[in-house]
Design a protein around this ligand. Structure first.
Ligand SMILES: Cc1cc2nc3c(=O)[nH]c(=O)nc-3n(C[C@H](O)[C@H](O)[C@H](O)COP(=O)(O)OP(=O)(O)OC[C@H]3O[C@@H](n4cnc5c(N)ncnc54)[C@H](O)[C@@H]3O)c2cc1C
Length: 410
């Protein structure tokens, strides 16, 4: 049974089963756990041993969802295009935090898989794919204390400005690279991660375009972590900084060098923007569904508020926004899974549109709950805070729009 009216009449039985499977985990485990974690007073409590965070992650790993981005040849689920969108929307419906955490956990290992290096895949990806206990947790370390938006400005003049280069560098030394510097407090899974796919500076003379991508096990000597971040939204998502002091990685862990950094960054941003579109379609849908149910039970003026015409108009506007989010973000993700090169402007349109629409839907939904919507025991209050964070998450919407606009004008 589909959790919403499926307008795509050509879903395969496998895609239908995927939707139902992720929805079950989302409803039974991830959403209730995220609500519990959100109410904890400190981010340390969220990640403490015995926290329900770990049992929820284990439940997701047990079903293999941490391998969503790992190709089937490497033992992963190999989700892409429509299938990936279906899974991410359901995860977002449960919790923006778990959606981000589970997806990003696979990033370092998916990056290794794309090299096609069978020895490296055997060494690094195979143990992750076999993990059913959430012993391996990945993160995507790209932003830095002094370079947040800067890291996303691919294609703009500032990206090639030699005066602007990153804070984390890799220096060759024999058969190793030596890593130094700091990644920002915003790295998702940052303080619980065991491995990071790290976007760093190899050739500062090229500015931020002189980057590279390295796989870094975070138990190496010289790695340290900051405190978990305390924030207003997506409180169940662990975030924190990672510091590198003379950390030595074998040369084979450098996955991408400066000569191909820019196209690789474009591909990564196409994936992350598309994923954000799918996840926040799910968050918007969650808010709309809650408001629809509540409007049929709350009596004012002697009848359910759903019988007041103005409320009906708000409900229909929310419904339209959710459907528009799904249509745009699905189309972008399906196209970009097949196209070479992908069209990043469509992925950015999906991210910026869906997150903004999601904020509007959660805002209207909260309004329909009246005073109850402001209380901590109402899901709407959490969804509203989570949606607000999405306008900054994985690139500020204004900045991403500048990157997208350059593609239109090219
Ligand atoms: C929930 C969440 C999850 C995240 N997950 C990760 C993660 O997994 N890994 C990771 O590395 N980072 C992550 N981030 C960090 C995120 O990518 C950055 O916060 C974001 O890119 C903005 O950077 P900043 O916070 O430093 O803001 P700044 O870059 O300082 O921006 C501040 C303001 O200046 C504006 N601005 C900046 N530059 C320009 C420009 N050139 N032109 C016009 N306006 C500009 C911006 O629009 C913004 O309004 C996450 C953030 C959030 C909120």
């Amino acid at each position: 049974m589909s959790p919403y009216k499926e307008l795509n009449l050509n879903l395969t039985p496998k895609q239908q089963a995927l939707k139902e499977g992720v929805h079950r985990l989302a409803k039974e485990v991830l959403r209730p756990t995220a609500v519990t974690l959100d109410r904890m007073s400190s981010p340390q409590e969220v990640i403490a041993a015995g926290s329900p965070l770990w049992s929820a992650l284990k439940a997701a790993y047990a079903q293999g969802f941490h391998t969503a981005l790992i190709p089937t040849e490497c033992g992963g689920l190999g989700l892409q295009g429509l299938s990936l969108h279906i899974a991410l929307e359901e995860l977002g419906w449960a919790s923006a935090e778990f959606a981000a955490s589970i997806a990003v956990s696979g990033f370092p290992f998916a990056a290794v898989a794309t090299t096609g290096n069978t020895d490296l895949i055997q060494e690094l990806v195979t143990p992750f794919v076999a993990d059913k206990e959430a012993r391996f947790v990945g993160c995507w370390a790209i932003t830095e204390p002094h370079h947040g938006s800067d890291q996303f400005m691919a294609g703009t003049p500032q990206f090639y400005d030699a005066k602007i280069s990153g804070q984390v560098s890799a220096r060759p030394d024999g058969n190793h690279y030596v890593i130094n510097g700091e990644k920002s407090a915003w790295v998702s899974n940052g303080t619980i991660a065991t491995h990071a796919v790290t976007y760093l500076t190899l050739d500062p003379s090229k500015g931020l375009a002189g980057g590279g991508v390295a796989f870094i096990p975070l138990d190496l000597p010289g790695v340290s972590k900051g405190k978990p971040l305390d924030k207003m939204g997506q409180r169940a998502l662990n975030q924190g900084s990672i510091m590198f002091k003379d950390v030595r990685i074998p040369k084979r862990y450098l996955l991408v060098d400066a000569s191909v950094y820019e196209p690789v960054l474009y591909r990564t941003l196409t994936l992350t923007n598309g994923a954000m579109g799918a996840i926040f379609t799910g968050v918007a849908r969650a808010a709309y569904e809650e408001a629809l149910i509540y409007s049929k039970t709350r009596i004012q003026g002697g009848k359910p508020i759903s019988e007041h015409q103005l409320v009906q108009k708000h409900l229909f506007d929310m419904f339209t926004k959710v459907e528009t989010c799904r249509a745009l973000s699905r189309a972008a993700m399906v196209y970009n899974a097949a196209a070479d090169p992908p069209a990043i402007e469509y992925a950015i349109a999906a991210k910026t549109y869906c997150t903004q629409a999601c904020l509007e839907v959660t805002d209207t939904a909260l309004q329909l709950f009246g005073g109850k919507g402001l209380t901590r025991d109402c899901l709407m209050e959490k969804l509203y805070r989570d949606a607000r964070a999405s306008l900054i998450e994985d690139g500020v919407n204004d900045v991403l729009a500048l990157v997208g606009a350059r593609r239109l004008l090219a």
